[in-house]
Design a protein around this ligand. Structure first.
Ligand SMILES: [Zn+2]
Length: 181
């Protein structure tokens, strides 16, 4: 079975704005600022045999303020830039009560089936608690970037930067810590 790194889009693959203490993602290709500094780290993780799968909550799709075409244009660019194997979107609003809106683990679980993943030996990278919670429920190891949005839920590691995260993942992967007894 394969191992994956699940990557939250906003704050990791692209930069975000902060408005009234909330992180605001880009709505158009023109607004998208790719986090180019992260590219070599994901190249390393991919070279180590990990699948790269981005995940994102996009409630603007069901609320009507996110244009689908612009979203697709942004995601095409992110897929190419980071050589992503997949990019999974929850298009729902909170009120839809879907299983895929993070902190629910639906996107991770679906990817697990689609890509034949060993979720217990897969990783989640984010700067927000919702991803750590999804990781915990799905059985993945979570690594959070130190940020104002890490909250208080369980996470396996908090790290100061993406370099440290990539190193930690490579070390955990080669240590075989995840091999089931
Ligand atoms: Zn959903």
């Amino acid at each position: 079975m394969k191992q994956a790194v699940f990557i939250e889009r906003d704050g990791i693959l692209n930069l975000t704005r902060v408005e009234r203490q909330h992180q605001v993602g880009p709505m158009t290709l023109e607004e998208l600022r790719v986090n180019t500094a992260a590219v070599p780290l994901f190249v390393k993780l991919k070279a180590a045999g990990l699948l790269l799968i981005a995940t994102t909550n996009q409630p603007g799709l069901s609320r009507g303020y996110q244009n689908r075409r612009e979203l697709d244009r942004m995601h095409d660019l992110l897929r190419k830039t980071f050589a992503l194997d997949d990019l999974l979107v929850c298009p729902h609003d909170e009120t839809d009560r879907c299983p895929c809106r993070k902190p629910n683990p639906g996107l991770l679980v679906d990817a697990g089936f689609k890509w034949h993943l060993d979720l217990e030996r897969s990783f989640v990278i984010s700067d927000k608690w919702q991803d750590a919670e999804a990781a915990r429920t799905a059985g993945c190891t979570s690594l959070l970037l130190d940020s104002p949005w890490v909250g208080k839920v369980h996470r396996d590691f908090i790290l100061p930067g993406l370099d440290a995260m990539a190193e930690k993942i490579l070390r955990l992967k080669s240590s075989g810590r995840f091999v089931a007894a």
